[in-house]
Design a protein around this ligand. Structure first.
Ligand SMILES: Cc1ncc(COP(=O)(O)O)c(C=O)c1O
Length: 387
């Protein structure tokens, strides 16, 4: 049975960093992409066994660790990964920072489809690379890419790297095979290396099926897939992810970079947790999926009935819901005053996913991986105050 956990006072970012982030600790936290559910029992048992019975010295994962993930990928995504393709990173954000530095020299360009998960932009900006944002086209309650514009921006900026979010954070889109192929073919034409960040791969909704980019064609020499089960099982603090690089030359390039920044090994707790998750965690995950879908339906149906001028995104993937308040708010100041000041809610603001200022300011991103009570409370506050 899925159990909601009141995480206040546990040093978690979502609830305990509200004061630092928003200047108000009494907000209802609907931001940070992690879950408010108790960790799956088999994972807790495996880590407990490690904690109680084994000294915590340097850890060298056995073949079972990679195999557990390989089995997961094959069973749930039809992607056959070979053990030697898998490199380690202590989190996907670290890895795309490294690949940004590896693929583009200072001043060279990296392209992202906006709105986009902001650490991808940080990785480019903080490392002195040139950020090129290709805004997607917002149509109804979903998004699509203007391929002509994407290609033009690549050519004009001599882009070296494209980092994609698949499924897409924050808009909750699952890319179709055709879309992935079109993007890959454009990158192929212009020698652009592609990172496909598939950390949200297991959250598939309403008949939409996630396709690993690596399976849509022969792109091995130009593709790095970044994957983890840290979203699926709420293991972000284990800092354990899989960087899949089939091409030997590209892999050696990545490993050289990772070795040079001493980033090739993780901690024992992470390895133990991830292996147990892949082997025995699925029933727990099925429960989680039910809860998230129920939460989504509640938001969608309630806004449709009470405030149809708010556009609720079509949730195809992820557990992050993109809400469009464009009919009500035109500036970042207005939406912030409403969400924080009036409703006492903490969301990821839309403008975090763009150029700042008023870019995407009409949106907020709501984290659905919590109790239905929290979701209801958040909706009630918005509806009451907007009405
Ligand atoms: C698209 C995407 N990539 C990466 C991450 C974080 O990855 P990690 O915790 O492994 O650094 C997140 C977390 O929200 C995410 O949404």
């Amino acid at each position: 049975m899925l159990k909601y956990v009141d995480r206040r006072g546990t040093n978690c970012s979502k609830w305990d960093a509200l004061e630092a982030m928003y200047g108000d600790k009494d907000l209802l936290a609907m931001w940070v992409a992690d879950m408010d559910f108790e960790i799956a029992e088999p994972i807790r048992n495996a880590v407990r066994n490690y904690v109680d019975n084994v000294p915590w010295g340097y850890y060298n994962p056995g073949p079972g660790y990679k195999q557990a993930f390989i089995d997961w990928e094959k069973k749930y995504h039809g992607y056959e990964v070979k053990p030697e393709w898998i490199c380690f990173s202590n989190g996907i954000v670290s890895a795309f920072y490294w690949v940004t530095c590896m693929a583009a020299k200072p001043g060279e360009a990296v392209i992202l489809l906006a709105p986009i998960y902001y650490p991808m932009m940080n990785g480019v900006n903080f490392n002195g690379r040139k950020l090129v944002l290709c805004d997607m086209i917002h149509e109804g309650n979903t998004y699509r890419v203007d391929y002509e514009k994407f290609e033009k921006q690549i050519v004009e900026n001599d882009v070296k790297l494209f980092i994609m979010s698949s499924p897409h954070n924050p808009v909750g889109k699952i890319w179709t095979k055709e879309e992935l192929k079109t993007l890959m073919d454009i990158c192929r034409r212009h020698n652009v290396l592609v990172v496909s960040d598939e950390i949200h791969q297991d959250f598939e909704w309403n008949g939409h099926v996630h396709t690993p980019t690596a399976t849509v064609g022969d792109y091995d020499d130009m593709l790095i897939t970044m994957c983890a089960v840290s979203k699926t099982f709420n293991l972000a603090s284990c800092q354990n992810s899989f960087i899949i690089i089939p091409d030997e030359k590209l892999r050696e390039q990545y490993l050289t970079f990772a070795r040079n920044v001493h980033g090739t090994d993780g901690n024992g707790f992470g390895y133990v947790a991830v292996e147990a998750a892949c082997r025995e965690g699925r029933p727990w995950f099925e429960e989680v999926k039910k809860q998230i879908w129920e939460n989504y339906c509640y938001v969608r149906d309630t806004f449709a009935k009470e405030l149809p001028d708010v556009t609720v995104a079509d949730l195809q993937g992820t557990y992050l819901l993109w809400l469009d308040f464009g009919k009500y708010f035109k500036t970042q100041e207005e939406i912030k005053e409403f969400m924080q000041g009036k409703c006492k809610l903490a969301f990821d603001y839309g403008n975090w996913f763009g150029r700042g200022g008023d870019d995407y300011c009409e949106f907020v991103r709501m984290n659905l991986a919590t109790s239905l009570e929290n979701v209801k409370e958040a909706c009630d506050r918005m509806i009451k105050n907007l009405k």
